[in-house]
Ligand binder design. Structure first.
Ligand code: TPP
Length: 732
């Protein structure tokens, strides 16, 4: 999203507000202080109950909120559940209770019950998710949530600026994606001090600061990341000191064991964000009295003296003393409150232990969208055919498809490294600049037509691109982002595998993040070398939850991209850069409704003697080889272009193999553990009786692609390799 703050480059003056030590009750009424204590005690007793259940082997994991309760109850009280958005981490039990979540819900998750609203028994306890409260599903990966929070805030702002984009629309993902937003909403995200070492934390500060986003980042600093003390993870030992020079940030450092001080710190931070001033970071000093988790024993790495000093700061004991000292509750009042809490926890545990467990076949649900099937033809291309008959390249047709889809659907935003025409857009508007539009120019002209709020440059950080897109898509936007080269997709891998592909499944279908990642891939470039020629599609087809497609020609690219954009699942759209501007496979633009369903292969050459299954840039090479096989050997090869790699068209493969009884699977990626291994294994398994010869594979050598063209030629499969393999197999 474009920046709307700090555009003149002046750093906002940040002030570290130190509120360590006891603070006066301030504006909080006695009932609020009692409620704070009740929630803190409720959280602690729920942890204690879980620990007991774990020891009895009635639950299977435990990680506690103990010591963090004061800060988190304060955070919950300073924010609006179901209005603001929340990306907590595993210590945030007290936050969830403070927002209106229940102990029963939490214990249902601990036993892995079918009614567990967070995940239906898929996620460990303390991995919060509650759609009604806007608590977004979380993984166990530390730090990934920071980028989701940024995307979520960006989406809220976008919908506020473009309320018409929130409208439902029949016939695509929008039908199933409810959008709600508020102009002054705030996004909460929390993290341990150890996890702030991850790059994604710093990437999120970059985005929050640049975009002046209304995000409160709460760092729960208990001094340890499992056994690693704070000074190892944080140079100088204070994260708030390190962050204070980021422009537009409000920074607060507070005793997170003091709920009142924490409440004031949180209220100020939230007010800063709600007023549109930018993001805030609240650095709360908390304690960790129960070791990292039940699998850890901190006595192995923390001295007794240190643990005793922490015990004196325990927020539960301190708050209880305060209520007594200030005469807000007497001993009888404390006892009564604690009895009620204990009863509540007991009742919740009774319900959880009686709960129905998930049916074994429920695990298959929500890997993909259950409501929008991208393998069926949804659209009538003829109804909107354009009169264009000019033969165009794959690059042209991808650009045309993006343009038409953006015209149709205002929820689409396009960003990535260098995809904008020009970030400094004044000269673009005046016509002085032509604009760039991507290193391969696939997004050229989109910013000019749709503006800088819909088409913009990301920072140079691939995890940032995908992580933010996940946050946006959860809210209902449809990001169509670009990873500049497949070779550099790896920083985003963590977000893709542990987040993007999993949001729907792990939340038991209550959250989803359909979006498109466009990514140039592949070699045959003559000089592309190691870092501009990589393949590796099978790494992603091996990730359930993601769709992977890879067109070999212009028409398929337009049709598959349209399905990708309208689809309700995350899609990795692989564009072979060697094919972008080839003469092979050019086509006239088929119009704004032309779509090709996923999982449908195309027989690009009919034949009766041998089947060659392939995709991407090997398709034109396979056709060349097939022609030679016909010319020189009189044999007819059937060439199947899979087009869609996950799902793939098993019926087309089986039909052809039953006809020819001989099959080769060919691809540009390396042979070993490559995409062909799965196809070949399945053919061997299910079509064994139809085969007259072994299943063969032709692929790249098990090495990266070298720079010298002679070496590249040897490494990547060539038409001659395909020809020889077919000739040999035909003679078997
Ligand atoms: C990306 C990633 N790496 C490693 C882990 C394993 N792990 C789980 S919690 C944790 C320590 C986190 O410490 P901190 O951020 O300080 O939070 P705390 O648990 O102390 O609240 C580690 C290393 C993980 N979950 N995710």
């Amino acid at each position: 999203m474009p920046r709307n703050g700090n555009q003149n480059g002046q750093a906002h003056k940040t002030a570290i507000r130190t509120a360590l030590g006891p603070s006066a009750g301030g504006e909080l009424a006695p009932e609020q202080l009692i409620e704070m204590y009740r929630l803190m005690y409720l959280s602690r007793r729920t942890d204690d109950r879980e620990i007991m259940l774990k020891r009895q082997q009635k639950i299977f994991f435990q990680v506690s909120c103990a010591g963090h309760e004061a800060l988190l109850v304060a955070a919950g009280m300073a924010m609006k559940p179901g209005y603001d958005w929340f990306f907590p981490y595993y210590r945030d039990r007290a936050l969830c209770l403070s927002l209106g979540g229940t102990v029963e819900q939490q214990l249902l998750q601990a036993v892995g019950a079918a009614e567990d609203i967070a995940s239906g028994g898929r996620q460990m306890p303390s991995h919060w998710s509650n759609p009604k409260l806007n608590i977004v599903t979380q993984s166990s990966s530390t730090t990934t949530q920071c980028l989701h929070a940024m995307g979520c805030a960006e989406a809220g702002r976008y919908f506020f600026h473009h309320p018409e984009a929130a409208a439902k629309h029949d016939g695509d993902y929008r039908e199933y994606k409810d959008v709600s937003f508020h102009g002054d909403e705030v996004v909460y995200v929390s993290i341990g001090e150890g996890a702030t070492s991850q790059g994604e934390f710093w990437e999120s500060l970059n985005t929050a600061s640049n975009g002046k986003l209304p995000v409160v980042i709460v760092v729960e600093d208990n001094g340890y990341a499992i056994s690693t003390p704070v000074e190892v993870n944080t140079p100088g030992g204070s994260i708030s000191q390190l962050v204070k020079n980021f422009p537009n940030f409000h920074i607060a450092e507070v005793d997170g064991c003091d709920p009142v001080a924490s409440y004031h710190a949180m209220r100020e931070a939230v007010a800063w964000c709600r007023a549109g001033n930018g993001p805030a970071l609240v650095h709360g000093h908390v304690v960790r009295p129960y070791s990292h988790s039940l699998s850890d024993d901190e006595r192995a790495y923390r001295s007794e003296a240190e643990r005793n000093a922490d015990a004196l700061r325990d927020p539960i004991a301190r708050m209880q003393m305060r209520l007594l000292r200030e005469g807000i509750l007497d001993e009888a009042g404390i006892n009564k409150l604690e009895r009620q809490v204990d009863e509540e926890v007991q009742q919740a545990a009774d319900v959880a232990l009686r709960a129905t467990l998930p049916a074994a076949d429920s695990v298959k649900k929500y890997v993909y969208s259950e409501v929008f099937d991208p393998t069926v033809q949804h659209y009538d291309a003829e109804s909107a055919k354009t009169p264009d008959t000019t033969e165009r390249t794959m690059a042209d047709l991808i650009n045309s498809c993006l343009r038409d889809e953006m015209r149709r659907d205002q929820r689409i935003v396009v960003y990535g490294e260098d995809v904008a025409d020009a970030s400094r857009d004044a000269a673009l508007k005046s016509g002085e600049l032509k604009g760039k539009g991507g290193v391969f120019k696939l997004t050229a002209g989109l910013q000019k037509e749709f503006g800088s709020e819909r088409v913009f440059n990301s920072i140079l950080a691939e995890a940032n691109i995908v992580g933010r897109a996940i946050g946006m898509a959860v809210r209902g936007l449809k990001p169509v982002v670009e990873i500049q080269f497949f070779d550099y997709i790896w920083p985003a891998m963590h977000q893709m595998r542990n987040e993007l592909a999993l949001v729907r499944w792990r939340s038991n279908g209550t959250f989803s993040c359909p979006l498109v990642i466009r990514c140039p891939i592949g070699g045959y470039l003559t000089g592309g070398s190691i870092y501009h020629s990589q393949s590796g599609e099978s790494i992603f087809t091996h990730t359930p939850g993601m769709r992977v497609v890879m067109p070999s020609n212009a028409l398929d690219a337009a049709g598959l991209l349209r399905t990708a954009i309208r689809c309700d699942d995350p899609v990795l759209f692989l564009e072979h850069k060697r094919l972008y501007r080839e003469t092979f496979g050019r086509a006239a633009y088929p119009g704004p409704e032309y779509a090709i369903p996923f999982g449908k292969a195309k027989t690009v050459r009919e034949g009766k003697d041998i089947t060659l299954i392939t995709y991407g840039a090997v398709v034109p090479r396979a056709l060349q080889a097939a022609q030679k096989l016909h010319r020189e050997n009189g044999l007819e090869a059937e060439v199947i272009d899979l087009r869609s790699l996950s799902p793939y068209d098993w019926e087309a493969i089986a039909e052809s193999v039953r006809k020819t009884n001989r099959v080769i699977v060919a691809h540009e990626d390396m042979l070993s553990w490559g995409y062909g291994a799965e196809i070949a294994a399945r053919i061997g398994d299910e079509l064994f009786h139809d085969l007259d010869a072994p299943v063969r594979r032709v692929a790249a050598m098990d090495t990266f692609v070298a720079y010298q063209p002679l070496l590249e030629d040897v490494i990547l499969p060539q038409p001659e390799d395909l020809y020889l393999a077919m000739k040999e197999l035909a003679a078997f």
